[in-house]
Design a protein around this ligand. Structure first.
Ligand code: HEC
Ligand code: HEC
Ligand code: HEC
Ligand code: HEC
Ligand code: HEC
Length: 284
């Protein structure tokens, strides 16, 4: 009798849970999968139409290039650069929806610079920006980075193939040398921070700090002023040294903790052995 009551009690407890489960399932099937509920990844008609068979063959590779880009990974899509409405296929390329189309070459710096503001400023004031403005002879953003297959930047962009088209490579080489040590330090510290994170240490503040130092330094490159880069390198070294000393301190603390736990462990193992021996020793 007692068992029966307990069993019924249990069933009463379990029933509403399973019923709620069914209801949730129904709800999800009938409601959450609707496109307007905001739960599904949104359809993007720019990408759909531009990768369909109807598209001009010479435009078809654009979507593939974009998919492989750093922008795609960071959710910067067609309409973020070109404007327009990705959700309304009929009106997507209407100027009324902010569509600006393909930028003319002389519009490219502002086109990219609406997001990369610090870089635009330094670029426009640089020898490159001034030459581009006055005669069209200087390189613009797309000359060095491309437009749809843009990848993460580093000093390898400075190469004979890219930089010796308009002037001798010597100028570019001098710039690469001026950037080299600071870039190498930034790379090394990023690696150290990552391995600390893999050990479970909280490093987000230092990572943000390092990102912003890197962004400032790379914006400085766009001045293409070798002397200015050399002049300001000390200032960047100081900032990086501060990050580095925090990393070293954390590493030291981690090592200490590890050694300390090892000693404690050894201590207990030792105590255990002594105890064991004491117990085992036959009493006389
Ligand atoms: C229903 C199909 C379709 C959709 C949707 C669509 N496009 Fe297009 N798009 C085209 C076609 C076709 C062309 C080529 C037009 C031509 O050259 O005559 C084109 C051309 C372009 C061009 C080049 C225009 C120029 O000025 O030379 C850009 C840039 C572009 N589309 C971006 C977008 C963006 C951004 C979106 C989404 C907001 C989008 N498209 C949505 C079909 C589409
Ligand atoms: C980072 C900004 C950026 C993004 C994102 C971007 N574009 Fe472009 N797009 C450009 C620039 C700059 C040009 C002009 C320079 C060039 O032709 O390379 C251009 C040119 C074009 C053209 C004209 C090409 C030609 O040969 O005349 C088309 C079409 C186009 N884009 C479609 C797209 C589509 C579709 C997407 C999304 C899959 C997209 N773009 C994403 C920057 C962008
Ligand atoms: C709508 C805003 C937007 C526009 C317009 C835009 N970008 Fe970006 N770009 C981003 C974001 C966001 C990232 C990813 C964050 C980052 O890495 O800085 C990025 C990353 C990059 C990177 C890699 C940065 C790195 O970490 O190494 C380069 C290079 C770049 N963009 C160049 C361009 C060029 C060239 C154009 C114009 C053709 C352009 N961007 C237009 C937002 C934009
Ligand atoms: C499309 C042509 C073109 C390309 C490509 C180009 N440059 Fe230049 N560069 C110029 C022009 C034009 C000037 C300024 C006029 C001058 O001083 O001759 C210049 C000037 C410079 C200067 C001197 C700036 C100053 O203020 O003294 C440096 C450094 C430089 N470029 C580095 C580079 C690097 C690095 C690359 C490759 C990543 C590169 N350039 C690619 C056209 C180009
Ligand atoms: C002469 C070639 C050249 C031109 C022109 C140029 N860039 Fe760069 N860009 C580079 C190089 C090289 C780097 C990497 C510098 C480094 O590693 O110190 C870079 C780095 C970047 C980065 C990465 C910044 C970061 O925080 O990691 C972005 C974003 C970027 N450029 C955008 C632009 C935009 C936008 C324009 C146009 C206004 C432009 N670039 C014009 C060569 C160029």
């Amino acid at each position: 009798m007692k068992w029966c009551i307990m069993l019924m009690g249990l069933m009463l407890l379990v029933l509403p849970v399973t019923a709620w489960g069914d209801y949730r399932e129904e709800f999800e099937k009938g409601f959450l999968t609707k496109t307007w509920s905001g739960q599904q990844p949104e359809e993007n008609f720019c990408i759909e139409c531009h990768s369909s068979e109807k598209m001009k063959p010479e435009y078809l590779r654009i979507t593939d290039e974009w998919k492989a880009s750093w922008h795609a990974q960071n959710r910067i899509a067609c309409h973020d650069c070109h404007g327009g409405d990705p959700k309304d296929p009929a009106m997507s390329m209407s100027p009324h929806r902010g569509f600006v189309g393909k930028p003319e070459p002389n519009e490219v710096p502002e086109f990219c610079g609406k997001c990369h503001i610090g870089i635009l400023k330094n670029y426009l004031e640089s020898g490159h920006g001034r030459a581009f403005r006055s005669s069209g002879n200087g390189p613009n953003c797309v000359t060095c980075h491309g437009s749809h297959n843009i990848q993460q930047a580093n000093i390898e962009i400075i190469s004979e193939q890219r930089c010796a088209k308009c002037h001798s490579y010597d100028r570019a080489r001098a710039m690469k040398q001026a950037l080299f040590l600071t870039e190498k330090k930034i790379e090394e510290l990023s690696r150290d921070l990552l391995s600390l994170r893999n050990e479970g240490v909280y490093i987000d503040d230092d990572r943000m700090n390092l990102f912003s130092i890197q962004a400032d330094f790379r914006a400085l490159f766009h001045s293409v002023d070798v002397n200015l880069v050399k002049e300001r390198t000390d200032e960047f070294s100081h900032k990086l040294a501060a990050v580095e000393s925090r990393i070293t301190a954390t590493e030291r603390e981690l090592r200490f903790r590890r050694n300390f736990s090892a000693i404690i462990l050894l201590f207990f193992v030792g105590m255990g052995s002594v105890l064991y021996l004491l117990i085992r020793t036959p009493k006389e």
